[in-house]
Design a binder for this molecule. Structure first.
Ligand code: C5P
Length: 248
């Protein structure tokens, strides 16, 4: 059985992948299935947490015991995650969020024309994970969190920032990398201000839409944890072990 070590914790998990409308029938999207985020939600419920799952374009059935909010675009995902984060202890951003969206959405379906098609101009989406990290930095007065990043054991962080109102004590990001996995991951952990960053290698049948995953979990102020190839529940439990340790 699983430890009941997340009892009383309010946890927000985002899952799936956002879609950005081009016109009423077309969108820019990604291959995320939501399986990893759903595994995180299921295992967190099993460990006693109160889970809000923000699901972007996922076709899986709602996990029992979690409150599910379904969204499509990055703007919708952002709104749902930030709102739920106001009274959450932990936020896990497992969703694949579109980095860009069409600068303008056509009100009517784009028609085939005789000439060349119009290029689609893109604009940057807000980075929700970085925003959560920044919000926490601001509300907790900056210095405390900077110091937390230097603690040598995974345990100092959560309580130090627990006093900050409306910000999650533990922020977890995911990063799919195709090369220089660890170097890119460490830089991203620092840049986004999260406590844990789950880095998985993607491509060649890895991760997307499959029931298994392998990853390295980078820990702010601690040693990385390798999670060997196996069911996505195993990776989820490894993440919750590390999250629970930060409250210990
Ligand atoms: O920078 P990159 O997209 O690789 O970072 C991935 C992590 O950041 C994931 O946890 C993802 O959910 C989050 N993210 C986000 N908002 C974005 C892009 C990514 O929250 N616009």
């Amino acid at each position: 059985g699983r430890p009941r070590d997340l009892v009383g914790r309010k946890i927000v998990v985002s899952a799936g992948g956002t879609r950005e409308a081009i016109d009423p029938v077309r969108y820019i999207g990604n291959r995320s299935s939501g399986l990893q985020g759903y595994a995180l939600a299921r295992t967190a419920v099993a460990r006693g947490a109160e889970v809000t799952l923000v699901a972007a374009n996922v076709t899986l059935p709602d996990p029992a015991g979690a409150a599910v909010t379904r969204v499509q675009s990055t703007a919708e995902l952002r709104e749902a995650v930030l709102a739920a984060s106001e009274d959450a202890d932990v936020v896990v951003m497992a969703a694949a969020v579109a980095d860009f969206r069409p600068a303008a959405r056509h009100d009517t379906k784009i028609k085939k024309t005789d000439g060349e098609p119009e290029p689609i101009r893109l604009t940057k989406n807000p980075d929700i994970l970085a925003e959560l990290g920044e919000r926490r930095r601001q509300r907790s007065g900056g210095a405390a969190v900077v110091a937390v990043a230097d603690v040598a054991v995974p345990g100092g962080s959560a309580m130090d920032v627990a006093g900050a109102k409306g910000v999650p004590a533990v922020i977890v990001g995911f990063a799919a990398e195709t090369h220089d996995v660890l170097a890119n991951g460490q830089a991203k952990l620092a840049r986004k201000g999260c406590d844990l960053l789950v880095v998985n290698q993607v491509g060649e049948g890895l991760a997307f839409g499959t029931p298994d995953n392998a990853a390295t979990v980078l820990v702010a102020g601690g040693d990385p944890v390798e999670v060997p190839f196996g069911p996505k529940e195993d990776l989820a439990d490894a993440v919750w072990d590390l999250v629970a340790a930060r409250f210990a």
